[in-house]
Design a protein around this ligand. Structure first.
Ligand SMILES: [Zn+2]
Length: 353
């Protein structure tokens, strides 16, 4: 596990990508259109009979289809930092074409990670469980079966700038102008940017400029990109919404810190089965008091929180499969409690009324 990967794991912790969802949703999987590989991309290296559903949806609510791994055909290569990377065969050739066009414009990229098997993800989960216990592992490791990287169609790019490998997430985000140029070219090769800014409540992930997803058809990729929508929204499994986010004013927390808390909440909300987020509001400094902190520390197991915050959410529950929620109902001022430990890392401690 290299530093980038550790960094990614920590980022996952910070974002509290907890994996409450991941319920099998057969209907969604079946509804997704099965697409033949377009003739022009099925080159000599690709087996003639090979077909994959390039529009497959894998997220916190939709696990990898059970027959995916036995059908999957991949290519391996060694990246510039000497690691083996495995990519779905057609995604790999599309990536090489994209990389070539970028190089012609002086932009150099490589792949940090692409395909990760369910078994490999399970091993990471088992190792973390052995070392830190099941609760902690469940908090920071993506649930095996529910990572888009299982498909072989999700690619994490890194940059090579002035001959130097830029692999850490916190460094990669400092090159927005390079990412913008890369993102402009994705659709032409059948890729989309998967985790868009401000769409955490639908995708379950914070903005990742490096995580691209192969969907094969350039026209569909162009349509999704031009509309600025998510794969969830395009497939119709979640309503494409732009909730109102009110961070208010605070003398305790910076806007950046409040935004980080809001993203945590939105990422967790995305794992709820089809609820629609309407608004999220910081409840104010007066709610970030000792009483709230005591309440949070009573609930949070193990960690001692030194700071507290409350958010209020308005949302609408789904008509079907609403779980513990009333179906097709409006929820107003639903409460979210967050706590921050001594290291400065925020987490959601509780939500409800
Ligand atoms: Zn990724």
């Amino acid at each position: 596990m290299n530093a980038k990967k550790i960094s990614a794991v920590l980022a996952a912790f910070v974002l509290l990508q907890t994996l409450t969802g991941c319920k099998a949703n057969e209907a969604v999987q079946e509804d997704t259109a099965k697409e033949e590989i377009p003739e022009e991309t099925a080159d000599a290296e690709t087996a003639a009979a090979y077909t994959m559903d390039y529009m497959v949806l894998v997220n916190k609510l939709n696990p990898l289809p059970s027959d995916w791994e036995e059908k999957l055909q991949t290519e391996h290569f060694t990246n510039s930092i000497g690691e083996d990377v495995e990519v779905e065969v057609n995604a790999y050739h599309a990536y090489l074409d994209l990389k070539k066009e970028l190089e012609d414009e002086g932009i150099y990229v490589d792949l940090d990670s692409a395909r990760r098997s369910v078994e490999a993800q399970q091993k990471i989960m088992d190792d973390f469980t052995a070392e830190y216990g099941a609760d902690y592992a469940a908090k920071i490791v993506a649930k095996p079966g529910c990572s888009e990287h299982h498909t072989g169609l999700a690619l994490d790019l890194y940059l090579i700038v002035d001959g130097k490998d830029i692999i850490y997430n916190e460094d990669l985000v400092t090159y927005p102008e390079i990412w913008e140029k890369i993102h402009e070219k994705l659709a032409k090769y059948g890729f989309i940017l998967r985790y868009l800014p401000e769409k955490e409540h639908m995708t379950g992930y914070a903005y990742e400029p490096w995580h691209i997803r192969y969907i094969a058809d350039p026209a569909t990729a162009a349509e999704i990109t031009e509309k600025g929508i998510t794969l969830e929204g395009y497939l119709g499994v979640a309503k494409e919404t732009e909730p109102e986010i009110n961070l208010g004013t605070s003398s305790l927390y910076t806007e950046e810190e409040l935004n980080e808390m809001a993203i945590l909440i939105k990422c967790q909300f995305a794992a709820w089965n089809g609820s629609e987020l309407q608004s999220l509001t910081y409840a104010g400094d007066e709610k970030a008091n000792q009483e709230t902190l005591d309440f949070i520390n009573e609930l949070s197991e193990g960690t001692t929180c030194v700071k507290a915050a409350e958010f209020l959410m308005n949302f609408h529950s789904p008509r079907e499969n609403s779980g513990a929620l009333n179906p097709d109902a409006d929820y107003k001022d639903y409460q979210w409690y967050l706590g921050c430990d001594e290291e400065g890392s925020w987490e959601i401690v509780s939500f409800g009324y």
